[in-house]
Write a protein that binds this ligand. Structure first.
Ligand SMILES: NC(=O)c1ccc[n+]([C@@H]2O[C@H](COP(=O)([O-])OP(=O)(O)OC[C@H]3O[C@@H](n4cnc5c(N)ncnc54)[C@H](OP(=O)(O)O)[C@@H]3O)[C@@H](O)[C@H]2O)c1
Length: 321
């Protein structure tokens, strides 16, 4: 089969189209499209916590058609599905994954959109619903709002009760992407604290979703309303921030870790429970699927590089067939 392979850890340009053997496993899927997420970029430099042995096929998520499944599984031959690889192997014509990592796609969701929704939407579900305890009427602020996690947060926040979703972005171009994804307000990263203060009449927001980290972390804490939660999702800004815990005490705020992969590993059945909450929103049209930027498989290296060099706008996927 055709697949993208990384054989050396010198960045996204190492991603090459090769011919390798098809995998075997529980549910075998003919892949139509695969999602690109920030860990794909980190993994090409050996910088992600999970390091697949070289050479490896990148890609954490995909959509396609089931070729074979065990008797009694919740999917069967011919079903349109999305799937998670947890955390490599998706950028290939065929994948094989455990049944619990496979999800039947509603007919209204295309393969491209389906390939680009699981990784971020399930992380955002874990962030807003499980770890962040988002309550109806609360306000959400999201950093890196035109990125994968960012656009996913903007698509989902209202469906899970948020009355307002404030997007933080670095450029005006990205502001347009955030608005299209559902932001009620957009502010630039530079000076976001004062802008949020003004927008909220000095109160601040209830929940901050932070996939960026770095030097904006303290201003995120200062942007929380009493009882607010800062959800630590990632560190695309590069630096892992530190917290002066007196700030938590002074304003009665929480810093909450969101490690979706680790949560799924310690909570059997969680992935399918998450999908049971997400799928009806997509099927009914209450939440729109992502509208990804699409690259052909042979340009997967460029697609991965667009996340690393911060030029990606919205979710990125590669088409496989
Ligand atoms: N905790 C979990 O369970 C979990 C699950 C999935 C993903 N993640 C993490 O979430 C983070 C975001 O992933 P993603 O797929 O949403 O990435 P993405 O699509 O590339 O978006 C990340 C955003 O970060 C911002 N950013 C700020 N400084 C940056 C820099 N130096 N380089 C690149 N981007 C920068 C960019 O927005 P601006 O230019 O507007 O600032 C960019 O749009 C990653 O760290 C990923 O590992 C965590």
């Amino acid at each position: 089969m055709r697949a993208i392979q990384v054989a050396r850890l010198d960045g996204p340009q190492a991603a090459e189209l090769v011919e390798i053997d098809e995998p075997t496993g529980e549910v075998v899927i003919d892949v139509h499209a695969a999602g690109v997420a920030f860990p794909d970029a980190l993994q090409t430099r050996g910088l992600y916590q999970m390091k697949p042995p070289l050479p490896y096929v990148p890609g954490a998520e995909l959509a396609g058609v089931v070729r074979s499944a065990p008797p009694g599984a919740h999917v069967s031959t011919g079903d349109r599905v999305a799937a998670l690889t947890m955390l490599s192997g998706a950028m290939a014509e065929v994948v094989a994954v455990p049944a619990e990592q496979v999800f039947a796609l509603p007919p209204s969701v295309s393969f491209e959109a389906g390939a680009g929704l699981l990784f971020n939407d399930l992380t955002v579900h874990c962030a807003l619903r499980t770890r962040g305890r988002l309550a109806p009427g609360e306000t959400v602020l999201v950093h890196g709002a035109a990125g994968g996690i960012g656009t996913s947060t903007l698509r989902l926040a209202a469906a899970w009760g948020a009355s307002r979703a404030i997007a933080v972005v670095s450029t005006e171009d990205k502001a347009a992407v955030a608005r299209a994804a559902g932001a009620t307000d957009v502010v630039l990263a530079d000076g976001f604290k004062d802008a949020v203060k003004e927008l909220t009449g000095g109160r601040g927001v209830d929940v901050v979703v932070d996939p960026v980290g770095g030097d904006r972390f303290t201003d995120s804490l200062r942007s929380l309303a009493p009882g607010g939660r800062l959800l630590v999702v990632g560190f695309t800004g590069g630096e892992i921030p530190t917290v002066k815990v007196n700030r938590l005490l002074l304003n009665n705020v929480d810093v909450v870790g969101v490690g979706w992969g680790a949560w799924t590993a310690t909570h059997p059945g969680y992935l399918q429970e998450q999908w049971a909450e997400l799928e009806p929103l997509l099927a009914s049209g209450l939440v729109t699927p992502p509208e990804p930027i699409v690259y052909p498989l042979e340009r997967a290296g460029e697609a991965i590089a667009s996340l690393e060099d911060r030029s990606a706008k919205g979710k990125v996927v590669v088409t496989v067939r």
